[in-house]
Design a protein around this ligand. Structure first.
Ligand SMILES: Cc1cc2nc3c(=O)[nH]c(=O)nc-3n(C[C@H](O)[C@H](O)[C@H](O)COP(=O)(O)O)c2cc1C
Length: 356
């Protein structure tokens, strides 16, 4: 199934389209007896919900999940947990003219080809970022369970276009004094303000920008994951690429590591509190596909929002002639801030499956 994260024990399936009556998820394989902290889950989902700041789409949705099954007295009972979120604020007329003229760099063209023109174009159909709302519910529940196992997930906006935050390192990752803005998390407030200016400029120009999200999973024990094709990196990357607009994933020093000597990139081993640790974390918590016990650090590249208000060239799929297209409707000038909790959610689902 295409919209399913399939783990060994845990499976999360997402259903719906941007403008279908509802969207939702079925989460199978959660341990029984888990009490879902609804307030915490709502606060987590609010970080992804639209309309939180001036950079976010004006589409107003409450994103309130209705739990349909899988709970008894507020606790998981072993049956799959199914949730539904109603779509109330859909405006399909914004998409009428896009039916035959695909938006450049959106999924309209590939979906048209794959489904023979029967695809639901409204709001991006099944390819919409809206489908990440139920994913965030599933992720929030998994984060709650992970916490009880001593595993936490932290992330921040690493960059917007060419403006960068301070990267995660072994000092700031464990610094509880740093206050992350839940809706625009950066290590440095100053850098965060500059990133917001970059988004504002793009917005004023009816344009869009992308960026990078850096995520760290702390507290994972060493020894999890398999060599070669079922490594921790493989599992995380496969699932993170399922988030719409993600176009790259790297671990540890990643591509930048190739600019260093081995002597600079290697992480010396040492012993701390009776445990083998590394002094630096260029390996991003994974060696040979197996967790080292150090923070798993990865970055996800999120492309600039495809739907922009600037006229662009496309093709009318009926006449097969070039046409100019100007996209109306409600779109984020930058997806990155709202995608941060989605990255955390997908990371949580992936690593919890390994721990179960
Ligand atoms: C939270 C979120 C919100 C998104 N909002 C938009 C949007 O408003 N406009 C848009 O063109 N794409 C948006 N996207 C991205 C598209 O869904 C995505 O680019 C498209 O499906 C094509 O897939 P691809 O970019 O992964 O190849 C959003 C993605 C996420 C995660």
């Amino acid at each position: 199934m295409s919209s399913t994260i399939k783990g060994n024990k845990l499976t999360v399936s997402v259903y719906g389209q941007s403008h279908s009556p509802s969207i939702g998820a079925v989460i199978d394989g959660l341990p029984a007896g888990i009490e879902i902290d609804n307030d915490w889950v709502s606060a987590f989902m609010a970080r992804r919900a639209p309309g939180q700041n001036v950079f976010s789409t004006l589409r107003k949705e409450s994103d309130k999940p209705e739990i349909i099954s899988g709970l008894v007295d507020g606790k998981t009972c072993g049956a799959p947990v199914a949730i539904k979120i109603d779509n109330k604020n859909a405006r399909s007329e914004d998409y009428d003219e896009l039916k035959l003229v695909p938006r450049p760099s959106h999924s309209d063209y590939t979906a048209y080809v794959k489904y023979g023109g029967n695809n639901d174009i409204a709001g991006g159909g099944q390819f919409s970022g809206r489908l990440t709302a139920p994913l965030c519910f599933a992720g929030a529940v998994c984060i709650q369970i992970l916490k009880s196992k001593g595993v936490t997930i932290k992330s921040h906006i690493y960059s917007i276009k060419d403006t960068f935050d301070e990267p995660f390192d072994l000092e700031n990752l464990y610094d509880d004094e740093i206050q992350y803005d839940p809706f625009f998390p950066t290590v440095s407030r100053f850098k965060g303000d500059r990133m917001k200016q970059v988004i504002e400029i793009a917005m004023e120009n009816n344009d869009s920008v992308g960026g990078i999200i850096e995520c760290a999973v702390l507290g994972m024990p060493a020894g999890l994951g398999e060599p070669m094709f079922d490594g921790i990196e493989n599992l995380i990357a496969k699932n993170i690429f399922g988030i719409p607009a993600v176009k790259g994933v790297e671990f540890g020093s990643g591509f930048a590591g190739t600019e260093k000597y081995g002597s600079q990139n290697n992480d010396p081993f040492t012993v701390k509190d009776g445990k083998v640790v590394t002094v630096t974390d260029n390996h991003g918590g994974a060696l040979g596909g197996i967790t080292s016990g150090m923070p798993i650090i990865f970055r996800a590249a999120v492309k600039p929002t495809a739907s922009i208000g600037i006229p662009q060239t496309s093709v009318n799929l009926k006449t097969m002639k070039e046409e100019e297209i100007t996209i109306h409707g409600r779109h984020d000038p930058c997806i990155v801030p709202r995608a941060v909790p989605v990255v955390e959610a997908v990371a949580a689902i992936t690593v919890l499956d390994l721990l179960l």
